[in-house]
Design a protein around this ligand. Structure first.
Ligand SMILES: *Cc1c(COP(=O)(O)O)cnc(C)c1O
Length: 421
């Protein structure tokens, strides 16, 4: 459920007509609903009720400072994957003890910043990383709390580009080698080995891969404890999928996901962390765009929008579906039309949808892409010298620009012509 609904014939974000925001900030823009973000966080928090847990929002899905502040105020921790994200989380007021640091390629410089600024744990992904982190911690006279990310070799049954838990993926250490690696880690004085980490992929629409992975983690916990390690924290990653298509069957709910966690690892007495990103931010955001032209082709009609693949790359990158709806509610019984929905960028990959049947639209009409709150704005670029589009946050009847559209001048002045040229 989200808070983008038609009222009085106009799409609203909570209590604000989307057309009012468009008039104030211009199109295209992203728009997020605070009530939806809050609700999604609460669903996870409630799903783990009764267990010692922390929901660490995977901020790579949407890392606007205002979104982070909202999450942090609700009590969320953060899952960060770069020092930039770490510093943003800090800037949004999240204390170090609620920040976990994931990622396969942490550098010494990144480790130093996180160790000095305070960190809940590093999720270490390889032995070389483990040794470097040990080095950096010792050089600072500190001890780094770590979990080791294991790769359980489980098929997440999701898009290949976002599957991370198979042995051919670059993530984690093979679970078959885990006991050796933990034994090695235990000899390193700069590390405090506190738990196990696993994350098998994103946009999972089935609970079975989670169940298989978590059962393997439970078994490993018992083995490692028998080997003498004090395993007291399990980071179970993110990845629960969202319904991108309203007409399809919906993925499992957080409460069902919570049941899987309780059933598989609930009896181990470990503190549980989860790292949901997409499910919190995805359906809490829309991208609003204006129709520039309706163009009749030889065998199809094109809806040419003022947003493009640089603003929302998911369809081009992951062949993903977004529901695209008119901001003005279509009249009941109005005759539909079928369009290829495209942006103005100079490549055919700049296509949002093919043969989409929807209300008939005209130039100047506004449309909203649903489910655009995750992996939307954060993956945007200025390809074709199109300035990054603004982000807006709505709460009740108020809205605010939470990242402004750069002016053309700002965009141009980012480049530097050398004196000698
Ligand atoms: C991307 C990622 C997540 C979040 O995945 P979602 O599908 O957005 O929930 C969590 N943990 C790690 C380590 C990730 O790389």
């Amino acid at each position: 459920m989200d808070h983008f609904i038609y009222r009085n014939g106009v799409l609203h974000a909570e209590d604000v007509p989307v057309s009012d925001i468009a008039a104030a900030v211009g199109t295209p823009f992203y728009c997020y609903s605070a009530a939806t973000l809050t609700r999604h966080y609460a669903l996870f928090d409630e799903a783990l009720a009764g267990t010692d847990h922390l929901v660490c929002y995977a901020m790579k899905s949407n890392s606007n400072l205002a979104v982070l502040k909202l999450m942090g105020d609700l009590g969320a921790g953060m899952d960060v994957v770069s020092v930039g994200e770490y510093l943003k989380a800090k800037a949004a007021g999240i204390p170090g003890e609620r920040i976990v640091f994931s990622g396969v390629g942490k550098t010494r410089a990144e480790m130093r910043v996180a160790l000095e600024g305070g960190i809940r744990q590093f999720n270490v992904e390889s032995e070389p990383e483990m040794e470097v982190l040990n080095d950096v911690a010792l050089s600072l006279g500190l001890v780094a709390p770590i979990t080791i990310r294991v790769n359980p070799d489980v098929d997440a049954k999701t898009h290949a580009k976002i599957a991370t838990g198979k042995k051919e993926n670059k993530f984690g250490i093979p679970i078959s080698r885990a006991r050796d690696v933990y034994a090695h880690a235990a000899t390193l004085k700069g590390l405090d080995v506190i738990g196990i980490d696993v994350h098998i992929g994103s946009q999972l629409t089935d609970l079975e891969p989670f169940e298989l992975a978590y059962l393997k983690v439970a078994e490993l916990t018992r083995q490692l404890r028998a080997d003498g390690h004090d395993i007291r924290r399990l980071d179970l990653g993110g990845g629960l999928g969202i319904p991108y298509e309203r007409s399809n069957t919906a993925p499992p709910l957080p409460i069902e996901y919570g049941d899987v966690i309780k059933r598989t690892v609930g009896d181990l007495g470990c503190e549980i962390e989860i790292e949901p990103g997409r499910l919190i931010s995805g359906n809490a955001g829309i991208m609003v765009s204006e129709v520039i032209y309706v163009k009749s082709g030889e065998d199809r009609d094109f809806l040419i929008l003022d947003s493009a693949m640089n603003d929302l790359i998911r369809p081009a990158m992951y062949e993903s579906h977004h529901d695209i709806i008119p901001v003005t509610e279509p009249a009941a019984g109005a005759e539909p039309a079928t369009y290829d929905i495209v942006g103005p960028i100079c490549e055919s990959g700049d296509t949002f949808a093919k043969e989409r049947t929807m209300a008939r639209l005209n130039s100047g009409d506004l449309v909203a892409f649903r489910s655009a709150g995750a992996y939307g704005a954060v993956m945007a670029s200025e390809y074709n010298s199109r300035p990054l589009i603004p982000e807006v946050l709505v709460q009740g009847d108020q809205f605010a620009v939470i990242r402004a559209r750069p002016t053309f001048e700002e965009m141009i002045n980012r480049d530097i012509i050398p004196e000698w040229l």
